[in-house]
Design a protein around this ligand. Structure first.
Ligand code: CA
Length: 235
């Protein structure tokens, strides 16, 4: 996974079971990540007060304060560092509570290390995508930083207005956007363009997205909705 991320990733591991912690640490170091290991909740909170991480792997049952307390303190001061919570397999309440408090994902113990790698990789990639303004819908990549839309690695080379229309719709994925809202964002005040112009841009955009895992639906009398096809949601 070090290859994919491309830069040193710093991870805080909070786990009191030494054998498990050592196994996780070994795995993270092997792919080139930097790891800080804390065995108890108070130590974790103390370190998090001044140190930032790319991700936190957080056990629930810890000496001192538990993982829930560490996480809720982190979130209450607006810290959005991705957190992968380690939960007990039998405790559904733990998983629900972890997500409620603001964990990004959880992994029930005992787990297969390949699953651990995959979950952490997904967490780090999501963070990287958000930071760089990338939205992935299967093989369709909307890259705000580069102002590009790629499908299966090919640049769709959208003209400015079609790019902006897609940006509006992807920003509201799965929700209806009214023609008025689209017009406000797409055209200037002095622009003569009306609803017909929007229909025209939608038609052009649909043509460009043929075969892509994103459809633009018309909701009669309400507006438009962009939706990811079901099989593309989890890449
Ligand atoms: Ca524990």
């Amino acid at each position: 996974m070090g290859k994919r991320i491309g830069k040193a990733v710093r991870i805080l591991l909070v786990e009191d079971a030494a054998d498990l912690a050592e196994a996780i640490e070994h795995r993270l170091l092997r792919v080139g990540h930097a790891v800080d290991w804390q065995r108890d909740g108070n130590g974790a909170s103390a370190v998090l007060a001044y140190q930032t991480y790319d991700a936190i792997v957080l056990d629930i049952g810890l000496p001192g304060r538990d993982g829930f307390a560490v996480l809720s303190e982190l979130r209450s001061r607006g810290d959005k560092t991705p957190v992968l919570m380690l939960t007990a397999r039998s405790e559904i309440e733990d998983r629900v509570q972890a997500l409620d408090i603001g964990a990004d994902d959880y992994l029930p113990k005992p787990f297969d290390f390949r699953e651990f790698d995959a979950r952490l990789r997904a967490l780090l990639r999501r963070r990287q995508d958000v930071a760089s303004g990338i939205t992935r819908i299967g093989a369709l990549v909307f890259d705000r930083g580069a102002r590009k839309v790629l499908f299966e690695g090919r640049n769709l080379e959208l003209p400015n207005r079609e790019y902006r229309l897609l940006e509006i719709l992807i920003g509201r994925l799965g929700r209806v956007t009214s023609k008025e809202t689209i017009a406000e964002h797409l055209f200037g005040f002095n622009d003569e363009a009306g609803p017909n112009a929007i229909e025209l841009y939608v038609a052009r955009l649909r043509k460009r997205l043929e075969g892509a895992p994103l459809t633009i639906g018309t909701v009669r009398g309400a507006g438009y909705i962009a939706e990811a096809s079901a099989d593309s949601v989890d890449e």
